[in-house]
Write a protein that binds this ligand. Structure first.
Ligand SMILES: Nc1ncnc2c1ncn2[C@@H]1O[C@H](COP(=O)(O)OP(=O)(O)OP(=O)(O)O)[C@@H](O)[C@H]1O
Ligand SMILES: [Mg+2]
Length: 344
């Protein structure tokens, strides 16, 4: 910083000196011309002109030299200053980029810490809640069974208690899924296409009649190292979300798989209502939902994100409101040799 300031002062000094040189050169040239003009006009004999003309030429050469020197120095100093400014701007841009990156990383860290805290809290709270919900559900079910048939109003009230507790239990169990960390022993080699097929069998009863599923599966022989239950859960959440997004239209859900040297790619594309650009950055956050109260917990994609993290993969989403959404999941592919080693 100090060095920078010193070189700025030096440039300013050189610039002022150059300006002084140039101005002096110009002024002195004009003055010399004027002085010699009167001398030359008064001269009557040609042989007396030689000496003043020689002096005039020498003086003019000297002062014009000064002017040229001054202007060249001004030019060089300005070029040098422009170059330095350019370097400083580039440096500042680099600094800004580094600060932005740092800010982004800090926000990511804070987000991860919040999720971690949520995980720790939920795993302990969900255990306590389950202990409370089990007797509520058990006793309300027993009360329903014992009620005489004419007590219809009371029956409906108790049924409400039972249904609400059941919903609460579902939320608790999904929260536990979100916070549960898997031990590596639950990971096995699986074919992604086999998993997709199994999940589709499970989800078949939930498929709306107006929704068609198109498959383009090209990874039957490929293997990923995966927790089968978790990956099925991931696929289930993505498929169910697509079904919901295609409610009331002639929906098409395409599921495609392909692979390259390093990875297996799974893409689910629907032609549903799409995701609002304002909502898009938040869809993986726990409890974010656009569904009406009681219809969605907003935990589906948070679980998906957790599963992806556990499997060292990544997920990309691309959506156009009114046109549809596509989620692309990328998971590490087990190469032939790695697959054998893991099998041992
Ligand atoms: N395929 C999709 N098409 C349109 N919107 C989607 C799609 N997938 C997710 N979304 C949006 O992302 C939000 C969050 O999804 P997420 O699965 O986390 O929660 P949810 O479906 O609302 O509730 P839950 O899955 O817990 O029942 C949804 O409410 C919806 O707005
Ligand atoms: Mg969902």
């Amino acid at each position: 910083m100090k060095k920078n300031l010193r070189s700025r002062y030096a440039s300013a000094l050189v610039l002022s000196l150059s300006v002084v040189l140039m101005v002096t050169g110009v002024l002195m040239s004009i003055r010399t011309c004027k002085t010699y003009e009167s001398i030359l006009v008064q001269c009557t004999h040609y042989d007396r002109l030689a000496q003043p003309l020689q002096h005039l030429a020498l003086s003019l050469a000297f002062y014009l030299g000064l002017t040229v020197l001054g202007s060249t120095m001004i030019l060089l100093t300005l070029v040098k200053m422009a170059g330095r400014n350019h370097r400083e701007i580039a440096l500042l841009q680099q600094k800004n980029q580094a600060m932005d990156e740092l800010n982004r990383k800090q926000q990511q860290l804070a987000h991860h810490q919040r999720l971690e805290l949520l995980g720790t809290l939920t795993s302990s709270i969900s255990h306590e809640f389950n202990n409370l919900l089990t007797p509520i559900m058990g006793y309300s079910m027993m009360a329903l069974e014992k009620l005489p048939p004419e007590e219809t109003e009371l029956y409906d009230d108790i049924l409400e208690i039972y249904t609400a507790s059941k919903k609460a239990k579902t939320i608790i169990s999904r929260l536990s899924d979100l916070s549960r960390k898997n031990s590596s022993s639950t990971f096995h080699q699986v074919s992604p296409d086999t998993l997709i097929q199994k999940t589709l069998d499970v989800v078949a009863p939930a498929r709306p009649k107006n929704c068609e599923i198109k498959l383009g599966l090209n990874c039957w022989d490929q293997r990923i190292l995966a927790n089968e239950i978790q990956i099925s859960q991931l696929l289930l959440n993505l498929i169910i979300n697509s079904f919901h997004a295609m409610e009331g239209i002639d929906g098409v859900l395409s599921i495609d798989t392909w692979f390259d040297q390093e990875s297996i790619h799974i893409r689910l594309t629907d032609n549903g209502k799409g995701i609002d650009p304002d909502a898009l950055p938040h869809i993986f956050e726990p409890f974010f939902t656009t569904k009406e109260a009681g219809k969605g917990t907003g935990l589906g994609l948070a679980i998906v994100a957790q599963v992806i993290e556990d499997h060292h993969g990544n997920i990309r989403v691309c959506s156009t409101p009114g046109n549809g959404t596509s989620f692309t999941v990328t998971l590490p592919r087990l190469s032939g040799q790695k697959a054998d080693e893991t099998a041992l």
